[in-house]
Design a protein around this ligand. Structure first.
Ligand code: PXL
Length: 283
């Protein structure tokens, strides 16, 4: 088999270290050729900056996909992140249908909410429609807030215990996602982790909890996950690799108050590259 190719569809936030400005370097660092389809161009992300510009690229998305189809261009996986509008959810499905190689993977990060709230500019209807997109996913990567919003489940009611997490995994699986990787699971104060539902079974990967919230960590996580998976690691190994990389990126940023808008993931890339590529010869 030749080298795998990934297409990632999300916005370009020119400044702020999220979406395509992290996905492209991270997946490439994993040794995977990465094509991009920008959904929108923003001057900055919307988490903490105010007055950002927003240029919707919906009008270009289908035309770009059609051109690729004409050229016979296809991908082994399409990974989607932040999308700029409800219409784009449908466009993404068309682009996937037209450009995925046989057996190619649909990997969906809803990238629309965290800590119990939708990101600025999104609506409940958008969340419901994102649930539909996760329904066609081979792998869906919601955090707990997104899982709740997509399944109409109240957020933060009652304790976060195994019964609650199993219930959420059941509900996201019932949307149709074949494999669910759910971030933000915590059963004890010092640990945070990821619950994976695959083939009807749940497994967990826990890591240390960093006592500071950072923007863009979900995008770093999903990108490293995609890079590791495309290099042939299992879903569970990719979950662990991505979690450790994200924690390392956060550690590189803790205490740097001028870097409030994202994480310094670049500092953690060499470790990610070593781990993803192991001792494999570079081909
Ligand atoms: O990291 C998710 C993300 C991506 N893109 C934009 C965002 C956000 C989160 O707020 O605002 C534009």
């Amino acid at each position: 088999m030749g080298d795998r190719k990934v297409l990632t569809i999300q916005d370009i936030s020119c400044v702020g270290q999220c979406s395509l400005t992290v996905a492209l370097p991270i997946i490439s660092a994993c040794g995977i050729e990465t094509a991009i389809l920008p959904s929108a161009v923003l001057s900055t992300h919307t988490g903490g900056f105010t007055g950002n510009t927003f240029h919707d690229l919906s009008g270009d998305m289908l035309a770009i996909g059609r051109h690729w189809k004409k050229e016979g261009i296809c991908f082994d996986a399409v990974y989607t992140g932040y999308l700029g509008s409800i219409d784009q959810i449908a466009y993404v499905q068309t682009v996937m249908d037209e450009t995925l190689a046989p057996g190619g993977l649909r990997i969906i990060d809803p990238a629309m909410a965290d800590h119990g709230r939708l990101y600025h500019g999104f609506t409940d209807e958008f969340a419901r429609r994102m649930g539909g997109l996760c329904g066609i996913a081979d792998i869906a990567l919601p955090n707990i807030t997104e899982a709740c919003l997509m399944t109409g489940t109240p957020y933060g009611e009652g304790p976060m215990d195994e019964a609650y997490i199993e219930m959420l995994l059941d509900k996201v699986s019932a949307l149709g996602a074949k494999c669910v990787v759910m971030k933000g699971v915590s059963y004890e104060p010092e640990k945070l982790g990821v619950a994976v539902r695959q083939n009807g079974k749940t497994s967990y990967y826990f890591h240390e909890k960093i006592a500071q919230n950072f923007h863009g960590t979900g995008d770093c996580y999903a990108s490293a996950f995609v890079g590791a998976l495309m290099q042939g690691h299992s879903v569970y190994e990719s979950v662990a690799i991505a979690a450790d990389f994200t924690v390392e990126s956060m550690k590189m940023t803790v205490g740097d108050r001028s870097h409030w808008y994202g994480v310094r993931f670049e500092k953690a890339l060499p470790g990610l590259m070593r781990r993803v590529n192991g001792n494999r010869p570079v081909s």
